[in-house]
Design a protein around this ligand. Sequence first.
Ligand SMILES: CC(C)(COP(=O)(O)OP(=O)(O)OC[C@H]1O[C@@H](n2cnc3c(N)ncnc32)[C@H](O)[C@@H]1OP(=O)(O)O)[C@@H](O)C(=O)NCCC(=O)NCCS
Length: 408
Amino acid sequence: MSDHEIRKPAAEEIRSYARAVDRGFGGHSPPEEMEDFEGFLRKIDLLGAFDGSTVVGTMGAVDFQTNVPDGRLPTAGITVVTVQSTHHRRGILTQMMRQMLEGCRERGHTIASLIASETPIYGRFGYGLAMQRDRYKIDRSDAVLIGEGDSSGSVRLISLDEAAGALPAIFDEAGADRPGWISREKSRWKHLFKDPEFERHGDSALHCALYEDASTNSRGGQPGGYMLYRRTGDGRKDIRVVEAVAASDEASAALWGFCFGIDLGEEITAGTRPVDDPLPWMLVDMRALDVLRQDWIWTRILDVPAVLASRGYSSAGELTLKISDEFLGVSSGTYTLEAEADSATCAESSGSPDLEMNVADLASIYFGGVRPSVLERAGRIEARSDAALKMADAMFATRKAPWNVVDF
Ligand SMILES: CC(C)(COP(=O)(O)OP(=O)(O)OC[C@H]1O[C@@H](n2cnc3c(N)ncnc32)[C@H](O)[C@@H]1OP(=O)(O)O)[C@@H](O)C(=O)NCCC(=O)NCCS
């Protein structure tokens, strides 16, 4: 075993840092993409583990905003997490995570979020599963929408150049009332529309269908939704929906209707759908659609009172929460949350707790992805009384389930 040092990489170490990240994920990026990737790394906050001059561990943080009911949280998006196989299981990830989270907290991030390559990795660091996603497999020949053809708007195929102008506004509108929605910065949009060959994995280039409202309605012919998709599979007969985002249910139905009508299409797959998607209920035959539910965004709360006071609550009430934070310690304590119709406060208190939970489970109930009473039944949280659980269920409920389509 050799010693290692955790520190920021110097500018001249970025090339070997980029190679270490690529190697950690399987080493498949072509040289031309590595240049872009290095440019990306130079713009974000990085930590590295170094064995002498060799990069043996990597971790970065990108900045974005995450929607919560009636608010937004400045978020550190933890990314490019790797430890080289020569050095794994020696605690390098653990050390980098501690240092990274402490730095994020000092810089004012109240939460950190990530997408896990494997589910058992991050719970130990206080990350809770903040949202799940549904993956669909749809048999196109059986997929028929109830009320098909009811839409007053229309769908047209547009170029990626046109999409670059139209999609960001739809994206922002569609996510405005969605807890967990992550902002997509300009550079991320640019990368999406660049549609690099190596990220197609043998599929076709990206196609974009745009839904526009009828000019007679209140939105006056505005774009109201989009579907990005690829042709895939044997003979490119299948359809892989990369992202379907709509600002109204009418737009969503019209886009799926368009997709179900694509000639020669056989199987349709969609990778990141919200768990409260009305699509299965819009089908004449629900068995046309198979659903696989998976973990998606994991969130680590870094400042409990700030985070709890930042969201709106579905019901007024007062709750005292005892939170444990074994990994960082910064969130351990007892806090009283007081919510009214349009504001909430939260401060440390000496009251006796209504609920006791780990900081990870607080992240799971915070975005409305699971009710506190379900976590109590799962043996994850403790409640003083049924009344306290009932109040927690009512307060933390959200009108929509948390969802996000941004991969980071
Ligand atoms: C996942 C990865 C970063 C772990 O790094 P590491 O330095 O070996 O992790 P640590 O030594 O700090 O492990 C801390 C704990 O997590 C456990 N752990 C680490 N990786 C795990 C995994 N993939 N599955 C289950 N447990 C894991 C360790 O066993 C250890 O448990 P312990 O504290 O009970 O002993 C590394 O294996 C890797 O680079 N994998 C490939 C790329 C990847 O998947 N990156 C994550 C992207 S989200």
